[in-house]
Structure formats: C-alpha cells, structure tokens
Design a protein around this ligand. Structure first.
Ligand code: KIV
Ligand code: ZN
Length: 515
C-alpha cells in the first residue's frame, strides 16, 4: 500500500504547557524543542506569543534554535495576536501562524457574544493578515466538533479561500466519539469545494479518554495532520499523546494509509525530559513510555516472550528508545565528553561559565554515584541554577537527623538575597522538618499542593528526583531537585519552587478570555 505523509504537529510547549503547574521556562522549552527536532517532528507549536512577555521570548528562542522543524505560534483571530505571533517566529527557518476562533453555537453566543456572520468576517480578515507574514497559515475552528455542519463548511471554504493551508477542527472539549468525529471529517472534506487546497488536521482532548482514538479515526477519514503532545500533556485531561499515535500508525501499517517521519528511538528520552521539566510523572502503565509498558509479569507471558518475542510483544522496546540508557560517563570523564553528551541531549551552554558550572555539578554527582546515565544529566540541568533563574534562595548546607524513637530534626543553612541564614525545625520526618525550617525563614505563604519522589535510574544509588508544586495567589509552580540523598533533593526542589514563585513568570490566558 503506498503511504501518504501524516504531519506530526507537537503542541507540548503550548497546549501541554496549559496543564496547571506545567509552565516551562524559555530554556526548558528550547531543550524540549531540540529533542522534538531530533525526533523529526514536523511542526513545533512553541507557545502563544501574545500571552505574556515570557511566552513571546520562548517562542522567539525556539524559532532561533530550530532549523529543521516548522516553528509555530498560536494567535487568536485578532490583529494584535497575529502581529505578535509573526514577530516571535520571524527568526525561524520555517514558520507557521496558527490562528483560531470558536465556531460552535455555544461559544459564539456566550463566550464571543458574536453572530456567525461576524465570526466569518473576522476569521477571513485574520487569515489574510497572517498570510502577509508567512505562506504557512493554519486556521482552527475552536470547539469545531460541536459546531453546526453547514456553518463549519462555510467557515472552512472561506478560510481556505483567504489563504489557510491547514484546517484544524479540534475536539476542544473532548466530547467527540471516534466514528462520529471521523465521519464528520469525511463529510466536510467532500462538501467543501476547495478542500483539496488544504491539509485537514485533528486536535483532540482526552476528557473521555478518546483523544488518540478520535485522532486516528480522523486519519482514516482523510485527515493528514495530528496535533498531539508528549506524554499526552495538555489542558484538563490532556491531548492525544504523540507516542501513541505515532506507534499506532507504525505498528498497524496494515490498517493506516499513512506514515510519519518520526525517529521513534527518541520517544522515551523525550518523554523523560518532558516529565522531568514539568514535574508530571508518567504513570507506570502508560502505553509506550510507562515503566511497565514492556514489562511482563505473568509467568506465562515471560515464558512466551522468551520462546518467541512476538507471542506477547507487538513492538520492540528498543524501537521507542527503551534500554538505551547505557552508562555514558563516570568520575574520570573529561569536560569535552560531558559537554558532548549534554549537547546530544539538546542542552547547550551559552557561556563558558555555564559549562563550568554544569561540569562542577557533574563532578560532584560522579563522586557520589559512579555510573552517570543520560537521565542523571537531564536532572542536573533542571533546577534554578541551570535555568538562568534569579536565585533568591540558595542552599548552602543541610543537616537532617532521623533516629528511631526520636523526633526527626533538620538544620538548613540557606542564603536569601545573598544573606546567609540558619534555621532548625522538627517534623514528622526529615523532609517535613527541613521544609518547616525553610519556611520559618523564607515565609513564602505558599501552599504545598504536591510532593512526589521518583528514582531517576535503577538501584539504591540512583538519584531521587523530587517534584514540589507550590501555589501562591493562584500562581502555581513546580520545583524539581535531584540528589542521591532524598532529603537534599527535597530541599533543592523546594528552593527551586520558591525561586520560580519569585520570578513571577506568570502567563496570562487570553485564550480563556475569548477574543
Ligand atoms: O483545544 C483547542 O481547541 C485548541 C485550539 C486553540 C487549537 O487548543
Ligand atoms: Zn487544545
């Protein structure tokens, strides 16, 4: 069967970032974008340029760093958004503006307070304006799956006539059902006279757990772009997960009339990176990238796989990047080897000082742990110091005591705005004691929403990676910290979260406010 190309549009950096607490710094976005490029993702939606100065800078930084993939910014169908998106993506080798407006009766009446004819007029104007900046313009009918079919046809025809090269009909609220959503695309493509001038696209949310099924059903009905995210990250229950759609298409070649360019061996490392940066752990039974996705527990299964792998395995773990965390570095590795390995992981250093700092951290870790895996390196560059964050709070020293029959205590020595302070407290455990000691002097007034510990690699000398989610006045941040000592990792993650809160890298959410 001859295959058509399926465009993979990754929106981890935009819709994925809309998960509460998943906000990423500019440098983190660039690191993820580099991995996506290595994976040969076709389009990287880097953000929503008008949302905040931080979003603008991040889109621009990704546009500068990425050479192969198309870099895209979201924009509402209004002039200011489109101009800002165009400005942010200007440095990109290939660029796209993705503009949208809602087309469902409920959104038009209650959110936009606009008549359908006004919506139509506005989107035509927006697409034309975007086309003045780039030949690659995507138009999305927000809440498309709940829009009236005749209006959807008029909108689609008008958007294409105005210059849109991709038409996306999102299932914004995750209400779609595979057969119905797929049939809708078939009807739409048949009914719109100029449909051959655009690529049709799907963007599904996972509120009913159907995002991947809906996306694939759309593909069976003529869609040739899927919008998706790593680990299925995204607004509310998330988006269709990139790894699932890509592996479904690849594994069921007999069914799907399409193929992607994705280098699947980069899937697991990218999933790990996104999880480390956002602090959203991947559930063990998650398809493709979960720790148990290729683990066979039952004796019957193990026996079968040993005799003939295909008895119970439909994919090879190594094809998606499992089992590739070979020991790459150790105590005796030199600066050049460490730098090269970081670069292979998408981490580059702008200055010699930044490299020196990362190398010093590497040496410190190598003294405690003699096998350094890629995941360890990723973790090393995931907290404040590595992230160009203004570090109001810095750890100088930590002492934690936990003895059977005695109340755990912790003494922390930190610097706040360059001033060294010491604080001591008791707690339910050493981590609790350390957090109480920090709070006694930091007085952040933040609420702790989440505390989670994951081992980065295997073995008892593995680094523990701690994620702490704090909220203050509606502003949510995720701090991450890693160390072979869990209490130290916990303290680092808490201080990282405090530094993030201080940086007030807040995003406004114009998308939620409508147009
Ligand atoms: O879910 C949605 O409708 C969106 C659009 C802006 C594409 O994210
Ligand atoms: Zn969305």
């Amino acid at each position: 069967m001859s295959k058509e190309k399926l465009v993979i549009f990754d929106t981890t950096l935009r819709d994925g970032e809309q998960s509460p607490g998943a906000s990423m710094t500019r440098d983190e976005k660039v690191r993820i974008a580099r991995m996506l490029e290595k994976m040969r993702v076709d389009v990287i939606e880097a953000g929503f340029a008008i949302a905040s100065p931080g979003d603008f800078e991040a889109v621009q930084a990704v546009a500068k760093a990425i050479k192969e993939s198309t870099v895209c910014s979201l924009a509402r169908a209004v002039d200011a958004d489109i101009d800002r998106a165009a400005e942010a993506i200007k440095p990109a080798a290939r660029s796209r503006i993705h503009t949208f407006i809602a087309t469902s009766p409920v959104h038009m009446q209650y959110k936009l307070k606009m008549q359908p004819e006004q919506v139509l007029e506005q989107l035509i104007h927006a697409v034309k304006r975007a086309r003045n900046y780039t030949d690659d313009v995507e138009f999305s009918l927000e809440d498309g799956s709940r829009s009236e079919f005749d209006f959807m046809c008029r909108v689609t025809e008008a958007a294409i006539a105005a210059g849109a090269t991709t038409i996306n009909v999102p299932d914004t609220v995750g209400y779609g059902e595979p057969a119905e959503y797929g049939a809708m695309f078939k009807r739409l493509i048949e009914a719109v006279p100029n449909s051959d001038k655009a690529i049709f696209s799907t963007h599904c949310h996972n509120d009913l757990g159907l995002a991947v099924a809906n996306s694939l059903s759309a593909v069976m009905n003529g869609v040739r772009q899927i919008e998706c995210t790593i680990n299925g990250l995204g607004e509310r229950a998330g988006n269709a997960s990139l790894e699932e759609v890509v592996m479904a298409v690849r594994t069921r070649k007999d069914v799907f009339p399409v193929e992607t360019d994705i280098v699947t061996e980069h899937i697991v490392p990218t999933s790990r990176l996104v999880s480390t940066i956002t602090g959203f752990p991947v559930q063990p039974n998650k398809a493709i990238v979960g720790a148990n996705a290729f683990a066979h527990e039952s004796g019957i299964h193990q026996d079968g796989v040993l005799k003939h792998r295909e008895t119970y395995e439909i994919m090879r773990a190594e094809d998606v990047g499992w089992n590739t965390n070979k020991i790459v570095l150790g105590k005796h590795s030199g600066r050049a080897a460490v730098k090269a390995r970081f670069e292979a992981l998408g981490v580059s250093f702008d200055t010699q000082d930044a490299l020196n700092e990362a190398f010093a951290r590497f040496k410190e870790l190598a003294d405690k742990k003699h096998e350094i895996f890629d995941e360890d390196l990723q973790a090393l560059v995931s907290d404040s110091a590595a992230d160009n964050l203004a570090e109001r709070f810095k750890l100088i020293d930590l002492e934690a005591l936990s003895k059977s029959g005695q109340k755990p205590t912790a003494k922390v020595h930190i610097s706040i705005d360059g001033q060294a302070v010491e604080s001591e407290a008791e707690g339910g455990g050493p981590v609790d004691a350390a957090y109480k000691a920090i709070e006694a002097v930091a007085k952040s007034n933040a609420d702790l929403l989440l505390y989670s510990v994951n081992n980065i690699t295997q073995g008892t000398d593995s680094q523990g990676e701690v994620t702490v989610r704090l909220e203050r006045n509606g502003h949510i941040v995720n701090g991450v910290g890693s160390d072979t000592d869990i209490v130290a990792a916990s303290v680092k993650s808490y201080l990282h979260a405090l530094n993030l809160l201080e940086s007030r890298r807040e995003r406004s959410h114009p998308q939620r406010d409508g147009v």
